[in-house]
Design a protein around this ligand. Structure first.
Ligand code: FMN
Length: 190
């Protein structure tokens, strides 16, 4: 039986769900059995060998249901590799201030679990056709990265294929013996 991974996500307007779907597709393409579920619908994580958990960022933090999921499943999540991704639209720069602010989106998560990897993906910004110029001005003034759909699908899929797979492989392989997840990830060319 192939090893199983859970890709769980929290979303308000749907963009994080689509990011999670792309990640799940990439993992499935590598031969993993992947369940994809909203955090509110996800079953116990105990049956999985790895978890990828993502949330939209709202008000500088993960959505409450995503944090609730981490709290409720913390015991199990501490025993398997957990990679996390955040979908956001502010603080996307390479400067120190942006990096510090977006890193802080995960402060509450890191107090509970220690993710093997953290990714930050741009989501959806203000709609130039619907949102007022004033709202868009404030948005840019306070660090908004872009308008409309800013998702970089190549970056998202690349993370799922490469960095994420490396992390899961490394973590899964740190036990006394390689398990099927290690083998499944290791056998397939990138
Ligand atoms: C009410 C609201 C608050 C937001 N707060 C933040 C924030 O604090 N930091 C940030 O980087 N992005 C913020 N965003 C941008 C969202 O994270 C972004 O639009 C994301 O794509 C939404 O994901 P979803 O479609 O899965 O809900 C906010 C968006 C909304 C609508």
């Amino acid at each position: 039986m192939p090893e199983a991974a859970l890709v769980a996500y929290a979303t308000h307007t749907g963009s994080t769900a689509e990011v999670a779907t792309a990640i799940a597709e990439e993992l499935r393409a590598r031969g993993l059995h992947v369940d994809l579920a909203e955090v509110t619908a996800a079953e116990s994580v105990r049956d999985y060998q790895a978890v990828v958990l993502g949330s939209a960022v709202n008000g500088g933090r993960w959505l409450p249901e995503a944090l609730e999921f981490v709290k409720n499943n913390q015991d199990a999540l501490r025993t398997i590799p957990v990679a996390v991704f955040s979908v956001h639209i502010m603080n996307a720069g390479d400067d120190e201030r942006s990096r510090r602010k977006r890193t802080a989106y995960l402060d509450e998560v890191r107090r509970i679990i220690r993710p093997v990897d953290e990714a930050f993906f741009l989501g959806i910004g203000p709609d130039p056709k619907k949102d007022s110029w004033l709202a868009r001005w404030f948005f840019r003034r306070f660090g908004g990265a872009g308008e409309g759909d800013c998702r970089d699908w190549a970056k998202i899929r690349d993370w799922a294929r490469g960095v994420l797979v490396q992390q899961l492989r490394t973590q899964a392989g740190t036990g006394s013996q390689q398990n099927d997840l290690t083998v499944a990830l290791g056998e397939r060319p990138r």
